[in-house]
Design a protein. Sequence first.
Length: 154
Amino acid sequence: MFDDLRDLYQEVILDHGRKPRNFRRLEDADRSARGDNPMCGDRLELFLKLAPDGRIADAAFQGRGCAISTASASLLTETVKGKTAAEAHALSDSFRELAMTGTCPHCQAALEEEMERLQPLSGVHEFPSRVKCATLAWHTLNAALDGAKEASSE
Ligand code: ZN
């Protein structure tokens, strides 16, 4: 990877880690789930507000975690808005592939823009212990969409 691209990615992670977007409780959430990554100590709660047609109208989270888990949750809340449950699951699968392998050859073309926004987290595949930090929010998203209350990175 080019050094300037690596720096840009680093900057995005630090920015979202320090100033997470949508970092709040959604009091009127239709779905919520807690996520726990005991390997690192990351804990978060994700909230989803659904529109009448089932699309995700709003997403927010609260919790404590390392910069990578916080940045990933922050980017998640920004990228899932407007998605149907099926699209959000597809995005979650694609992101987990990106985090584990650094690329996503099977990603749907329809999700290209979202995957580009999540690209800064692709570097975690070089650090297997941090992959769980990056994917925690996405496991939690799947749990919330499926009506489960708890998700674990284990
Ligand atoms: Zn972590």
